[in-house]
Each structure stands twice: as structure tokens, then as C-alpha cells.
Design a protein around this ligand. Structure first.
Ligand SMILES: Nc1ncnc2c1ncn2[C@@H]1O[C@H](COP(=O)(O)OP(=O)(O)OP(=O)(O)O)[C@@H](O)[C@H]1O
Length: 322
């Protein structure tokens, strides 16, 4: 659906995007995560033609964005709804009028506008607020109006630029649940730009980690957390601590086995002592996954590795600074 190859973008002499490669498939909820200044918003603005790019390729449904005429860009934007951190609603207009705006621009009939806007307000749970002004709404309600407006022209893709960054955690959850619902019901591809790991964890199927204008990695979300990848370390820091003596074995728990008593069973079977040096369990949707580093005396290490292999449990040895 969206294919980005070797994309480079400069502001003057400063290179902002560096050899960006990314492919976003239809129906995905694709996260782009990174610290402030990583280039996420710039990339989003290249996708909808608000920014041009010097070299490389960026196609939306096979069309190279930088080659589009003005008219074609307008068509492209019709297919790409967008929501922002600060909602960008018109304060003097009502909820209904805000959502109707894109439809009026594209000269839809009054009857069609009434029908579509009310359907959308139902969808986002704000039908009873049709005549309210934005100043009388909460942050979460404002974002719901913005979502309804972004969906007015029936886009194929919804671009979300830090859409929950100004919201409290509970409102964030409900907005993310709404986006997930929209993705499932309407089969709309959603691209979520965020610096919040919680957002990625809750809804993204796939995630690209960006830093300094580069893509560090693209992973299925579950694998990112499960494998504590280099990209995740770059984002969250890598605070794992290992003991200076003995062999450190990191045991990785996928969701299927996270609740089993692997460590106690192993200790009972092999009859050895161990220390837990570091543990990190993450709640990932309905599951818990993560890793634990145990430290065992060197002469037990091979038995532990064999035991884990036999049980098909992933492990890696973490070197200490002996
Ligand atoms: N119009 C512009 N002119 C010059 N430099 C810009 C412009 N817009 C963005 N930049 C620079 O490009 C870099 C990437 O900015 P961008 O907004 O894409 O990052 P981001 O990852 O979205 O971060 P944030 O979440 O803080 O917006 C930053 O160093 C920023 O200062």
C-alpha cells in the first residue's frame, strides 16, 4: 500500500531523513516510534505530499508522491485522513460543522453531509454533542471529533501524528480502542507516529523504530518486546545488570510459557542454586512476556542450557566484564 525506498529529505543542507526504507501493508496498524527530532512527523508529511523529498521513492498505491500534479495531490489527501496532537478543530464551528468541513470542500449535497456526519458522530460516540463547540469538550472528545472529520471522505489510510500525546492515560486508552475499532470495522490502514511505547504496545501490529532520521529496525510489535531488540534498547535504554561472577543466562519468555514455573522446575530437576540478576516482565495486551537473567556457577551452565534447549525455551548467554 505504501512503499518507501531509500528516501532522503533535506532542510537546506541538513539531512533530516536518511535512507529510509519501509513498507506498510493494507489493513495494518503501523507504528513509527522514536525520540523527539527523529524525523517521524517529517516522514508522515512526505507521505501525504506536504513535504517533498530529494531522492528515493515513496509510493502510495503505486503512485510516486513527488511526481503527482496539484490535482492528484488533492485526490491523494482525500485518501489519507490525518489527526494531530492538538486536534486542529475550528473553535467557532460546532462539532457537526467541523466534521462537515471536508465534505463541503468537496461539494457533497446537504442530505449526504447530514447522513455521513451523523453516522461518523455515532461511530465516535458523540452524536449528542453535534451542536457543541469544541471549547465545551474534553481533550478526548475533541480528538474524537477530529477522528470523525478525518474519516469524512472515506480515506484508505489514517495518519495519526502524536494523536494521544496531549491526553491522560485513560483517555489515551479509549482513543486507541476507537482507532482499533475503526481499523477492524472499516479496514482502514492506520499509521501511528508516537514517542509513547504504550501506544505501540496497545495497538500496533508492526513498528518502525527511528532515530536521527534513520530507521533502526522494523519489527512485529510482539517481537520487539520479546527479543528486547537493539531498537527497543535505543528507545528505552538498556539497564540490564549482570553479576561479575558465574555464567549469566538470559531466559526469554514468550507468551505461551510466561506463566509456567520454568525456573523453579529447572532448579528442582537439576538441583542447583542460582541468582536472579535481572528481570523484566512486560504486560503485552492480554499476556505477560519478557526475560529474566539468572546467574549460575560456571560448571552448571551447560546443564542449564541443555535443559532450556530440551524445553524449547529461548536463551542467550550474557557476557559479564570479568
Ligand atoms: N521546516 C523545518 N525546517 C528545518 N528543520 C526542520 C523543519 N521541520 C523539522 N525540522 C527538523 O527536522 C528534524 C526532525 O523533525 P520531526 O518533527 O520530523 O521529528 P519528530 O521525530 O516528529 O519529533 P517531534 O515528535 O519532536 O516532532 C528535527 O531536527 C527538526 O528540528
Amino acid at each position: 500500500m505504501i512503499k518507501i525506498q531509500n528516501l532522503n529529505k533535506y532542510y537546506g543542507d541538513v539531512q533530516i531523513l536518511k535512507n529510509v526504507d519501509m513498507e506498510i501493508s493494507k489493513g495494518e496498524i503501523f507504528g513509527i516510534i522514536g525520540h523527539s527530532g527523529a524525523g517521524k512527523s517529517t516522514l508522515l508529511r512526505c507521505i501525504n505530499g506536504l513535504e517533498d523529498y530529494r531522492d528515493g521513492s515513496l509510493t502510495v498505491e503505486g503512485q510516486e508522491v513527488k511526481d503527482l500534479t496539484e490535482k492528484e495531490i488533492r485526490e491523494l489527501r482525500k485518501n489519507l485522513g490525518m489527526i494531530f496532537q492538538h486536534f486542529s478543530l475550528l473553535e467557532r464551528k460546532t462539532v457537526f460543522e467541523n466534521v462537515a468541513l471536508p465534505l463541503e470542500c468537496f461539494k457533497y449535497s446537504k442530505a449526504e453531509i447530514e447522513k455521513r456526519v451523523m453516522n461518523l458522530l455515532e461511530l465516535v460516540g458523540l452524536a449528542d454533542k453535534r451542536d457543541a463547540k469544541p471549547r465545551n469538550l474534553s481533550g478526548g472528545q475533541k480528538q474524537r471529533v477530529a477522528i470523525a472529520r478525518a474519516l469524512a471522505l472515506e480515506p484508505k489510510v489514517l495518519l495519526c501524528d502524536e494523536a494521544t500525546s496531549a491526553l491522560d492515560p485513560n483517555t489515551t486508552k479509549s482513543i486507541l480502542a476507537l482507532l482499533q475499532d475503526i481499523n477492524e470495522k472499516m479496514n482502514i490502514t492506520i499509521i501511528v507516529v508516537t514517542h509513547q511505547m504504550e501506544v505501540v504496545k496497545q495497538i500496533c501490529t508492526k513498528v518502525a523504530v527511528m532515530e536521527g532520521g534513520r530507521v533502526l529496525e522494523i519489527e512485529n510489535t510482539e517481537d520487539l518486546f520479546l527479543n528486547n531488540t537493539a531498537g527497543l534498547k535505543a528507545l528505552m535504554g538498556d539497564e540490564q545488570i549482570v553479576l561479575p561472577e558465574g555464567t549469566n543466562i538470559k531466559i526469554i519468555f514468550p507468551k505461551e510459557i510466561a506463566n509456567q514455573n520454568i525456573i523453579t522446575n529447572m532448579a528442582r530437576t537439576l538441583d542447583f542454586d542460582f541468582n536472579i540478576s535481572y528481570g523484566k516482565l512486560e504486560k503485552f495486551r492480554e499476556d505477560v512476556l519478557g526475560s529474566l537473567i539468572i546467574t549460575v556457577k560456571d560448571h552448571y551452565a551447560n546443564a542449564v542450557k541443555r535443559y532450556l534447549d530440551e524445553k524449547n525455551i529461548k536463551w542467550e548467554e550474557i557476557k559479564n566484564d570479568k
